[in-house]
Design a protein around this ligand. Sequence first.
Ligand code: DCP
Ligand code: CA
Length: 369
Amino acid sequence: MLSLNKYSKDENRRNSEKYKPRKVINQDSYICMRKNSKTEKVKGPNDDIIEILTELLNYYQLIKSEWRMMSYQKAISAIKRYPNKISSYKQAKSIFGIGDGIAKKIEEIVNTGTCKKLETFKKDKMNNVLKIFIQIWGVGESTAKKWYNKGYRSIDDILKNEHLTYHQKIGIQLYNEFKERMPREEAEEISKQVQTIIQTQYDPDLQFYTMGSFRRGLPTCGDIDIIITKNDNLDPELLYDVVKILKQNGLLTHDLSFSRKNSEEHTKYMGVAQLPGHKHRRIDLLIVPWDELGAALLYFTGSDIFNRSLRLLARKKGWRLNQRGLYANVLRNTDASKITSGVLIASKTEKEIFDALEVPYCEPKDRDA
Ligand code: DCP
Ligand code: CA
């Protein structure tokens, strides 16, 4: 694999020219091409439709139905942008981003004010139980279904009958606290303490960026995602020291997982932080090499819909965007597994990546697709 450090900014630009897509792509319809700021949100003509489709999307998110999630997210974004009141199947179907199934649902919502599928979901006992189980940290769809098939219908049933892993025990113990979003002020205070503790007690040159919904300026955050980096060689192993110091200072209370860097992801710690007198909050810490900071900032700012749109656009251009950079010439086997990592086009700054993709730079607060 090529080392990222081998590329200078000029070389990246040359690669961008050299590997430019041969065909011209009409990219105007991509979500990443326009501002989607929550702060600019005004009442729209189709809010009732959006509300019901969002409830359906939430169900599909819970049961991790990826394809349906994508279609609903795409349709909801399209409706948010549509300036007129939608009143028929035909009209809904004519909007780019809305498929046949969702267009039918829209007509049903317009005619009846509700949607049978959503009502069925709400009444469906299995869905309601799976919904509770899947929200336990570390429990995926398969474990939730396994527990359901064993006859468990509540968290109490699990506690009474199941031999739980350490992480599942924490997930259950802190279930109610993890479900709650925190005010951004609390995320800010935890982030500030992480930075101050580590800079004063470990390395003043480390830099910290709080990502996700916090960087997009949202008023509440589901968890705290912090990138740690430095303009120098960075040993991913330092994350062990960072976690140890934060624990000694009482800021981190529980560990959930530690994953080492692989070819696509960064070294990551997942755990729990708590300010005195406050609830337990989920926190992720990531070690990012300096040269990849732009790609990591872009990826971890989100939103996930905005990212998906950028990644799709990159793919349409024959490139590949991931949390480490934008690449050309990634070679793949027929089963999509990777043979080579490709040639780096951009990774150092978000701006370079937007420029290479010919997407106008978008402020984090406007990436809330
Ligand atoms: N991300 C992504 N694809 C994924 C998971 C995450 O692109 N499969 C990116 C986009 C997210 C960011 O990482 O915005 C952080 O992930 P979170 O799940 O923490 O999402 P948010 O911070 O946006 O929301 P929340 O406030 O619920 O934590
Ligand atoms: Ca987050």
